[in-house]
Design a protein around this ligand. Structure first.
Ligand code: DSN
Length: 422
């Protein structure tokens, strides 16, 4: 780490500073394809590292349990107003520490332990906190799970409706972590209404696409919108819950004092900045470019013989089923990492392998789009993936080293937001 970039840290704790420097280099030199990751701007980074960190602020603006909140109240109120404006909602709570606590607050607001809740199964593309067994949400509540259809990889909304009417869950979650297709919020709303369920859209992955108009919005369809702030939305690690006015008190009470103590004010500041950035015309272009890149990359991968769950993508995310390539997802992900391409191994729907050693890899375009790569670069990216998977099958480390050098060479021409120029 250059001492001029973080002089105090370098002087006080050179060992830790060296780890941060190494991470800066890694993020600069590699092609980061994990769909839930991104690069925050220098402004978000600055806001997230301010003296706002030094405060306790339990409560909400104007109603705190601590004095000295004059500035903190303004920061939080600004973040709330920006969230309401950007997503077109009645109410926003910007205090959840991250996505999992945000979702747990939803359970606290609307259900009692033992109640039935419904969400997409984790191996089908859902999230742990949507009632999956190993999560508190699946052990303290009775989680029933829906999936996608074999063959198409798409949600069968009629089947979801039948299940919801049979189970009458207190809460239905839509959204997930490995869903390459558009979520039909209106269809879920009609199902939830018939079943008498509270409908929650977990849009953590696609919040930035929604903000930029590149994915339909759940606002007006669902009771609660849950989102992290650090994925396509390009903010700091944090979360928000947004809802109709009728649920505002229940949501606020569940977050604090129900589940959390003092909010992380420095994160709230970073969220406010990210929301401001996401309201600019450039962010609309960014969101649409993320989707255009993902579609171009999906097409290029199909042309190279890859099997994509659901046959492609409508959003930022592509789920590759490597079963036909005879390379397990974990082996491929580790080989890609050695080639300077960072992905995560992932289950595919109806996977016959275990989650820690599954058949697929999950990739996405939020980060590379933040660096300015466009659709013309996607055939090159698909080539690298194809060559690396082939090299993984053959155990060809030399081929992976060659790709790594090519990746670093291209990435050097596309500086990442928030990182020092190399
Ligand atoms: N871990 C996140 C992801 O990678 O999708 C979801 O919480």
């Amino acid at each position: 780490m250059s001492a001029s970039r973080h002089p105090a840290l370098s002087a006080t704790d050179p060992e830790l500073a060296s780890f941060v420097a190494a991470e800066e280099t890694l993020q600069a030199e590699t092609l980061r394809l994990i769909p839930s990751e991104n690069y925050v701007s220098a402004a978000v980074l600055e806001a997230s590292g301010t003296v706002l960190q030094n405060k306790y602020s339990e409560g909400y603006p104007g109603r705190r349990y601590y004095e000295g909140q004059q500035n903190i109240d303004r920061v939080e109120a600004l973040a709330v107003e920006r969230a309401k404006g950007l997503f077109g909602v009645d109410h926003a709570n910007v205090q959840p520490y991250s996505g999992s606590p945000a979702n747990l607050a939803v359970y606290l607001a609307f259900a009692k332990p033992g109640d039935t809740v419904m969400g997409m199964a984790l191996p089908m593309g859902g999230h742990l906190t949507h009632g999956w067994g190993v999560s508190a949400t699946g052990s303290w509540f009775r989680g029933v799970q829906y999936g996608v259809q074999p063959g198409t990889g798409l949600i069968d909304y009629d089947a979801v409706r039948d299940q919801a009417l049979a189970e009458r869950p207190k809460i239905i979650f839509c959204g997930g972590t490995a869903l390459p297709r558009t979520i039909d919020f209106a269809a879920f709303a009609s199902i939830a209404e018939e079943a008498g369920s509270v409908l929650v859209a977990d849009v953590a992955h696609i919040a930035g696409l929604i903000a930029g108009g590149a994915h339909p919005s759940p606002a007006g369809h669902v009771d609660v919108i849950s989102t992290t702030t650090h994925k396509t939305l390009r903010g700091p690690r944090g979360a928000m819950l947004m809802c109709r006015e009728e649920h505002a008190k229940a949501i606020d009470k569940a977050v604090f004092p129900g589940l959390q103590g003092g909010p992380h004010n420095q994160t709230t500041a970073g969220i406010a900045v990210a929301l401001h950035e996401a309201a600019q015309p450039a962010f609309v272009s960014y969101a649409h470019a993320v989707v255009a890149n993902a579609k171009a990359l999906a097409q290029a991968l199909l042309e190279r013989g890859f099997d994509l769950v659901s046959g492609g993508t409508d959003n930022h995310l592509i789920l590759i089923d490597l079963t036909g390539k005879d390379v397990p997802g974990k082996v491929a992900a580790k080989a890609l990492d050695r080639a300077g391409i960072v992905v995560n191994y992932n289950t595919v729907p109806f996977d016959t392998r275990k989650p820690f050693d599954p058949s697929g890899i999950r990739i996405g375009t939020p980060s590379l789009t933040s660096r300015g790569l466009g659709v013309d670069h996607m055939p090159r990216v698909a080539d690298w993936i194809a060559r690396a998977v082939d090299a993984a099958a053959k155990g060809d480390e030399q081929a992976l080293s060659v790709i790594r050098a090519e990746v670093a060479d291209i990435m050097a021409a596309f500086p990442a937001p928030g990182l020092p120029l190399s």
